[in-house]
Design a protein around this ligand. Structure first.
Ligand SMILES: [Zn+2]
Length: 250
């Protein structure tokens, strides 16, 4: 096998490794966004319910103040009735007043009791929504810490491959036409990210399946030995890949 072709194949293999690594990681940014969104929504739901709960609590305390006022008024009127009765005064209108106050008191107490049971329901909702929020938050935190680790792995793996690529490129540079090959490699890999080198199989380019003319096949077969490294580079007329013939693997 020609040394220059071998190096180009190695470069393709490394490039392919990077592409596959990127493929594995490509969904992660979207997953992160979705989870972050879920956490935010759960937090907003919790805030709404907490606000609702606080409103109902202050409503109860407002009703309680009103009830206290009524109780004070009742005490005042009752005192007045006692005083007036002892003085032999007519207390009819005070008694009517007291009757009305006691009715108001009953109504207020019912309102407070209804509000308490409503508050209890809201409390249950708050706890439920809080549990949801906590579990979503926990799930997100786990995912993020896992991803952070894997992203670190990804970065170091890519770095390792890039270093190896640089090493192969410098080896390529030592070959007679290495500079040209490097340039060619850059040009083709930009146009065809799937690989620069294509093996000839069944008289065809394994990349685009275009049939190779017998003359080109002859030349590829003839110049497939190591001694031809740095020699002529033959490209597929159809897909432009660099062709090679591997006598040991046909
Ligand atoms: Zn081709």
């Amino acid at each position: 096998m020609r040394k220059d072709i071998e190096l180009l194949i190695e470069l393709d293999r490394l490039e392919d490794k990077i592409i596959r690594l990127k493929e594995i990681f490509k969904d992660i940014p979207e997953k992160k966004d979705v989870l972050q969104q879920k956490v935010q929504e759960a937090e907003e739901d919790l805030e709404v319910e907490l606000e609702n709960y606080e409103e109902q609590k202050s409503e109860i305390s407002y009703l309680q103040d009103e009830l206290n006022e009524i109780n004070e008024e009742i005490a005042t009127v009752q005192k007045q009735i006692l005083q007036d009765t002892s003085k032999g005064k007519n207390v009819k209108s005070l008694e009517d007043n007291l009757f009305q106050l006691k009715r108001s008191k009953n109504v207020k107490e019912e309102e407070i009791s209804a509000s308490h049971s409503l508050l209890k329901d809201t409390e249950d909702v708050v706890n439920e929504v809080r549990d949801d929020f906590n579990s979503i938050k926990k799930e997100a935190e786990q995912f993020f810490s896992e991803i952070k680790e894997r992203e670190g792995d990804f970065d170091s793996q890519v770095k390792e491959i890039e270093e190896f690529k640089a090493h192969i490129l410098s080896k390529l540079g030592e070959i007679e036409n290495g500079k040209e090959l490097k340039t060619l490699y850059g040009q083709i890999s930009e146009a065809f990210p799937g690989g620069v080198v294509a093996k000839v199989e069944y008289d065809s380019c394994s990349r685009c399946f275009m049939q190779i003319t017998p003359q080109v096949l002859n030349e590829l077969q003839r110049e497939s030995g190591d001694e031809y490294s740095g020699g002529r580079v033959i490209r597929c007329a159809s897909c432009s890949c660099i062709l090679y013939y591997d006598a040991n693997n046909q």
